[in-house]
Write a protein that binds this ligand. Structure first.
Ligand SMILES: [Zn+2]
Length: 91
């Protein structure tokens, strides 16, 4: 089981959280073509290694935040707030 450090509550078990998928996906302008819109809606990186994700502490404070998690080892390398950029080392 993952142990995740909520930036507002501290470290808790994974069962208190919900993963919202890949982080830092930017919604395109309304005038994009169908291919670009489909890419925004459906295509994700599916990274093997360090992956930047959105998580919500649903059974805690209810806040969303980002984590950098290794998809192979499940090690959490960084936790940062929604308004922050990923740590320079992980970009
Ligand atoms: Zn929390």
């Amino acid at each position: 089981m993952l142990r995740i450090s909520c930036p507002y509550c501290g470290t808790r078990d994974e069962v208190e959280f919900h993963c919202g998928g890949e982080a830092h996906i930017v919604r395109p302008e309304p005038a994009v073509n169908d291919r670009e819109w489909a890419n925004y809606l459906f295509h994700r990186k599916n990274t093997k290694g360090i992956h930047l994700e959105r998580w919500c502490h649903v059974f805690g404070c209810g806040q969303w935040f980002h984590i950098a998690r290794d998809t192979v080892t499940h090690e959490v390398h960084a936790v940062y707030e929604m308004t922050e950029s990923p740590p320079e080392l992980l970009r």
